[in-house]
Design a protein around this ligand. Structure first.
Ligand code: TXA
Ligand code: MG
Length: 323
């Protein structure tokens, strides 16, 4: 890898302090970070990512207590979730203070905020006098990066530094929630399973479809899509449907299939953690391979499986809106 990738948090902090953007590791996916309190720095993120301005960013903080600097109030249920899951893959959407630039929230009065669980990034955040705005470090609409190399391949010419924290541990983005009084509304399925949230909050509702929920832009159906057509469903039927093509198969569990050009298995032992961790890297490998179509099956719809299935559904050629 080129010199722009390394483990030097002092160097990363220097660029960030000069309002440059730096890619940072988190436990979910790599983020494209800049000073969240500076509209000019935030603008650079939108430009590097080619991201529409209606899609707001997440603010990353290094200490739980910092949340009070950026949001107007923290409901009791939100505080319980913070105590249980931070640092970790849970993002809270709460009414913002004026210090958060409107550009960051795309003009919304609420801001998305989380404390990531990665040692290098936590150390970096504690060195800085400001929080970091960071979307996933992929070009808009493409698969999120789970290694520094993924970032370098796609955005290496647009950013001065990539902080390399190794492969992401969780592998899917954070779960995003907002609150209606003490009721928890799940806006994006992610690294903290809904079942875990329901153990702590008395009322939880899932609203992850764009139709349900126009206030959460970014939940576009074309997200997370590989460039090659991806079909998700019954593997035997899909193998038959595409028997004249070069097929790349993404499977899960013990079953073994013939008649494919390439095969990947998200987790031969049917472990959803392992599958989440492998998902985006596998989609990238399949996309970069010489197959004509990628086929995959949904995994059991429980725990992290819900987030995995959500990403597969959004990448599914038959269902997704491709652009
Ligand atoms: O795991 C993650 O969350 C990663 C890492 C880097 O932290 N970040 C990430 O960011 O996935 P991004 O930008 O790819 O997705 C953030 C999504 C937006 O697309 C939007 O759906 C939601 O967060 N969001 C942000 N601010 C919001 C707000 N004020 N109201 C509702 N949804 C918001
Ligand atoms: Mg993203």
């Amino acid at each position: 890898m080129a010199l722009i990738t390394g483990k030097d948090i002092i160097k990363a902090a220097k660029f960030l302090t000069q309002n440059e953007i730096v890619a940072i590791p988190t436990e979910t996916v790599y983020g494209l970070a800049a000073n969240a309190l500076d509209a000019g720095a935030v603008l650079k993120i939108f430009e590097a990512k080619n991201r529409p301005h209606f899609d707001p960013l997440i603010v990353h903080i290094g200490n739980k207590a910092d949340i009070d600097r950026y949001v107007l109030n923290v409901p009791a249920t939100a505080q319980k979730l913070i105590n249980a899951f931070w640092p970790g893959p849970l993002t809270l959407v709460l009414p913002k203070k004026d210090i958060i630039p409107d550009l960051l929230t795309s003009g919304l009065s609420e801001v998305a905020i989380r404390m990531p669980n990665h040692p290098l990034t936590l150390e970096l955040l504690r060195l800085l006098s400001f929080p970091l705005a960071a979307p996933s470090a992929n070009p808009f609409g493409y698969i999120s990066p789970t290694t520094a190399q993924h970032v370098e391949e796609q955005l290496g010419d647009k950013i001065p530094y990539i902080l390399d924290g190794g492969p992401a541990n969780i592998g899917v983005e954070s779960t995003i929630v907002r609150f209606e009084d003490e009721k928890v509304i799940v806006l994006r399925l992610g690294g903290i399973p809904v079942e875990e949230i329901a153990k702590i909050a008395s009322e939880v509702e899932i609203q992850v479809n764009p139709n349900d929920n126009p206030v959460a832009p970014g939940q576009l159906s074309s997200h997370y899509a590989p460039r090659k057509p991806l079909y998700v469903g019954n593997i035997a039927e899909l193998l038959d449907e595409f028997k004249d093509k070069r097929i790349g198969l993404i499977s899960f569990g013990k079953a073994i299939y013939s008649n494919t050009s390439r095969q990947w298995n998200l987790s031969p032992d049917s472990d959803l953690h392992e599958a989440a961790k492998n998902l985006f890297r596998t989609l990238r490998e399949a996309d970069a391979s010489d197959v004509d179509v990628i086929i995959a099956r949904y995994v059991p719809d429980e725990g992290l499986g819900k987030a995995i299935n959500d990403r597969l559904r959004r990448g599914n050629y038959k269902l997704g809106i491709r652009n």
